[in-house]
Design a protein around this ligand. Sequence first.
Ligand code: PEP
Ligand code: MG
Length: 262
Amino acid sequence: MFRTEFLFLERTTAPSEDEQYAAYGETLEIMAGRTVIIRTLDIGGDKPLPYLHVAPEANPFLGVRGLRLCMQHTDLFQAQLRAILRAAQHGDVWIMLPMVALPSDITWARAQLRQAAATLQAQAVPHRTDVPLGIMIETPAAAVTVDVLAREADFFSIGTNDLSQYTLAVDRGQAELSARYPHDTLPVLRLIQQAVQAAQQAGKHIGVCGELGGVPAVAPLLAGMGVQELSMSPALIPPMKARLRELTYAEAHAAALHALTG
Ligand code: PEP
Ligand code: MG
């Protein structure tokens, strides 16, 4: 998973379409045919940008964040989508939208994607259009409507950092409260399970890209619920593989069922 905000942070202007094309293209070349999920700009909330004006908000995490910010800055979103569609020629890329709450969010983004492709086509710029468009499940709204969102989204990835924050009503930066309301508590696990079941029924891929996926005690529960893919920082991968290989799916499934009963 490519968190594209890193291309936008610590600078005074936004990266150009060409600059982004070079960064995405290079990543795809390095990954040599393996899938790269590019998450569109996820800024706002805890990650403001000095060169993008957002009116002060009392609750930035409930405000103009992620996709909502792109809705206010369509030039920026268009440049990013065009760069991704161009880079898609160099490998297997999926596009993922952050902070989706309603189907209309995806409808809007799909129209933007069509517009980006049409512009490239009109300018005779080489690109691909057969790129899957998926979403993050990081609002409770999305978690409980995966069956409906599946009509618009090609795949899902659960962002447990934000899903926990919004479910438990605990600011993710609030260390003191975080200890008291851990992310792997029953309400969050039940939302994850509900989302996974709905995605399975719709025949859509579902992974986890929040930090819970990298927690050795929790990852087997996620696998046992049917999560197909876990995203984590590279250093965590070898011990996680070792942990998961100690278990059969039946054992993981039984552990998940036990955890879900509370
Ligand atoms: C999440 O919310 O779980 C997530 C993966 O995204 P981020 O931590 O970048 O908000
Ligand atoms: Mg998030």
